[in-house]
Design a binder for this molecule. Sequence first.
Ligand SMILES: Nc1nc2c(c(=O)[nH]1)N[C@H]1C(S)=C(S)[C@@H](COP(=O)(O)O)O[C@H]1N2
Ligand SMILES: [Mo]
Length: 509
Amino acid sequence: MTTPSHSSTFGRADAAAAGLGSGALGLGIAQALAAVLHASPTPLIALGDRFIDLTPRPLKEWAVERFGTADKPVLLGNMLVVTAVLLLAVGVAARWRRPLGPVGFAVLGAVDALALASGRHGADPSSYVALVVGLAVGSGVLWWFTVPVVPEPEAEAPPGFDRRRFLLLATATGAAGAVAGLGVPRLVPGETGRAGISLPRATDPAPRLARGADFRLPGLTPHLTSNDDFYRIDIALLTPRLNVDDWKLRVRGMVDQPFELTYRELLAMPLVERRVTLACVSNPVGGEYVGNATWLGVRVADVLERAGVKAGADAVQSRGADGITIGTPLAALTDGRDALLAIGMNGKPLPIDHGFPVRMVVPGLYGYVSATKWITELEVTQYADFTAYWTQRGWAPEGPVKTGCRIDLPGDNVKAGEVTVAGVAWAQHRGIGKVEVRVDDGPWQPAELAAEDGIDTWRQWRWTWPASAGTHRIEARATDLHGATQTGEVVDVAPDGATGYPSLAVHVG
Ligand SMILES: Nc1nc2c(c(=O)[nH]1)N[C@H]1C(S)=C(S)[C@@H](COP(=O)(O)O)O[C@H]1N2
Ligand SMILES: [Mo]
């Protein structure tokens, strides 16, 4: 008989399970250890970050469109599935040639180490420690499992020891560890100090909201977006949880006097409160990635003035704790508009997802060139000297918001008669002067505008439609206060924002 005897004692399925079990245990230990050591990023997150950074633009757009804000859980899920398949393969390989177990683990570990080393911001040494310990345990367990049991399998393990049960346990422990490693940084309560913050009053409060700025129509987007309903877009796989007592803003680059600012110092500066509509460049026509909030913060211009901007600078490169870099035209921060380092959103300290403790908000610019969350640095510089995160990926270096609008009402099905058509329109820092509606390519008809709330916010509009039976197509277009009307040319979101009239097909019964 020439059949290798070990293949009769454990089959390919067992071996695959062994690869998965030992790998999951190793990964779980690595993740959990990283969490305990406060290592950033953890081995799994490093991989995810690299994946996000290297994803080609069309795939990323597809993911954002398809999964919206759930794109990150979906990414993590896919990563775990791919990792599981690789681990199954390592197990099968190790059954064939025992050293292929450790070799396979080493290869996977090397890929992860590379992700750690080449990440957005270097990894902590403890991240590598966690990875190596996880690898050692994982490949040790696989080595032990794939011991060639020649004549008496029982001799290799203590009597009554059930390898299968052990593997099941290892997989479960590993998975729990991996999940814990992902979750621990989120679950540790109180460490940000956010709960203890009471925001000072604005020295320069927002003007009172004009009566009639909100039609209060059921189904129509409210004029102010609540913190919970505000869209969220960022590259942070794990939301940075910065501690307010440790936070500092570095102001540097082409300045006379570089300096650092603590949260306390920021709060002691004059505080401005403004309503500003924020929009994402990835918002498709008719999309949801736009919101309007009341922001409380310090003027970026005040901070820059304290540093003293040198001649020749034309940009500010800001950094967020998630490793992003964002380039903003210096002019937009100093031309008198309300560009803020915001600490408050709708009366609350900035929510963690929206950039706690401090983010930037600049009226008139898309978020990717202005709205740096978890901000840690302002570097005064020149566009010629840097390429920001999104610009490296093909998006335009400067991103003024394009005039646009959305149709929220009515739904797809209405009864014939007078029907309210309504929505919101935006042209941040230019203001909305007119919205028009047309049905089935008929003449453009002026809609009623809600009371103006300054030029930096969106504006609700409504129009009464004498709807007749049949299927109709409604379109809308906005014109800013300078008289420029949004274009009907259909352009995709990349590289500098979508255009085209929003349209709605309505069945009138
Ligand atoms: N640190 C950081 N800030 C960021 C981003 C990011 O990925 N990381 N994304 C930007 C983009 S593309 C947009 S549209 C806005 C979204 O802000 P919100 O999530 O509070 O709505 O944040 C901007 N600021
Ligand atoms: Mo964005």
